[in-house]
Design a protein around this ligand. Structure first.
Ligand code: CAA
Length: 380
């Protein structure tokens, strides 16, 4: 077994690290304060190939593997988890779904632009009454012969006010339960499609989260993704890959906070010595480093399984469950190591602590990951 990264992976990681430090870092506190979407930076990430990391170059993508994806996600998330969630949603929930299940026409029209960052994508599954319980979709898409008529509300949609292309999951036949659900492509500006106010969030404040309203929106038949009734499985498969991305985001938040705490502990003095010389701090650092490394192995394993064409539902749920727990616990520790300074924005760790929380909630709460893991364990 070889745990080392290839030269190519190291180059990709270093390119993402360099971009995060030179481009994302300078304005990250301001964007968090003002809830400012990083529009120009998204364009730059598109130019670097970060918005279509795993997409085939024939559709404008970078043609990289899932290991590269998690390396990029970790590096961006060390500095700015708002920027990295835009990358994750576009790659995992939008590009992957279209490339894997879309028609050639859909790929030509949408994927080619999403993979380069000319377009941004959003994935619309959650509803006011269907967050974790995703089969209980209230949004309906009624087959009207020449088109579908879409009605309903979607909540907590990342890139909600900024996207050009929205993948919307809706019920087409209630009697068929999860087999009566479909996924549709909805373009920005379609008549009857309204973007609600932006959410004022605890964390990832630079990302753009909205409620969306669909009132008698006409969806051309050719905008359905996959065969009739395949929308729920489409959503679950895309979310499995999304969970690898969010696990890598959580890993990045944790490792970013750890690095700040480690450096701070070697500079800050108390009781006549640098605080890292006190076991109370040194042992915290040892625990943090150990847990972060364990999270990294889970994230890498899930990405590796995806690259090998294996089923990664189980490993992605485990990676997300564990990495998000580590992110939450150890960003709190990073604040503690910083003492009063940790409570101040300029030291960055309080933002990382706030950003960590969402990794235990979106793309399936920790409880949902436990459902996925335990069902998989108990299936014979
Ligand atoms: N791949 C393929 N098929 C799958 C699947 C998968 N990973 N998971 C489930 N299915 C299939 C099942 O086999 C089943 O098919 P059959 O009826 O033919 O047997 C069907 O789908 C229904 O599955 P379940 O009975 O398991 O469904 P359930 O109602 O018990 O729900 C769940 C399962 C795991 C709880 C699921 O609802 C779930 O993952 N919920 C969380 C949703 C979620 O992650 N939401 C996040 C929103 S997106 C977001 O956050 C984006 C953002 O902007 C950042």
């Amino acid at each position: 077994m070889d745990f080392s990264l290839t030269e190519e992976h190291i180059m990709i990681r270093d390119a993402a690290r360099d971009f995060a430090n030179t481009e994302l870092l300078p304005g990250v506190i301001e964007r968090d304060n003002l809830q400012k979407f990083p529009k120009d930076l998204v364009k730059k990430m598109g130019d670097l190939g970060f918005l279509g990391i795993m997409v085939d170059p024939k559709y404008g993508g970078s043609g990289m593997d899932a290991i590269s994806y998690v390396l990029i996600m970790e590096e961006l998330s060390k500095i700015d988890a708002s920027a990295s969630v835009i990358v994750s949603v576009n790659n995992s929930l939008v590009c992957y779904g279209l490339e894997t299940y879309g028609t050639e026409e859909q790929k030509e029209k949408y994927l080619t632009k999403l993979a380069t960052g000319e377009f941004i994508g959003a994935f619309c599954l959650s509803e006011p009454e269907a967050g974790s319980d995703a089969t209980s979709q209230k949004t309906t898409a009624i087959d009207k012969g020449s088109h579908y008529l879409l009605n309903g509300t979607k909540n907590w949609i990342t890139n909600g006010g900024r996207a050009d292309v929205y993948i919307v999951i809706a019920q087409t036949d209630r009697d068929k339960g999860s087999h009566g659900i479909n996924a549709f492509i909805v373009e920005k500006g379609t008549e009857g499609f309204h973007v609600g106010p932006k959410e004022d969030k605890l964390g990832i404040r630079g990302s753009d989260t909205h409620t969306l309203q669909f009132n008698d929106v006409k969806i051309p038949k050719k905008n359905r993704i996959g065969v009739n009734g395949s929308g729920f499985r489409f959503a679950m498969k895309t979310l499995s890959g999304g969970r690898i991305g969010i696990a890598a985001q959580a890993l990045g938040i944790a490792s970013g906070a750890f690095e700040l705490a480690r450096k701070y502990s070697k500079e800050r003095k108390a009781f006549g010595t640098e605080i890292c010389n006190h076991q109370a701090i040194a042992f915290k650092l040892a625990d943090m480093a150990t847990d972060i490394e364990a999270a990294r192995q889970l994230v890498m394993k899930a990405a590796w399984e995806k690259d090998q064409g294996k089923n990664y539902d189980y490993s992605s749920a485990m990676a997300k469950l564990y990495a998000s727990k580590v992110a939450m616990e150890h960003t709190v520790e990073a604040v503690q190591i910083h003492g009063g300074n940790g409570f101040v924005k300029e030291y960055h760790v309080e933002r990382l602590m706030r950003d960590a929380k969402i990794t235990q909630i979106y793309e399936g709460t920790s409880e949902i990951q436990k459902i996925v893991i335990s069902r998989s364990l108990l299936r014979d």
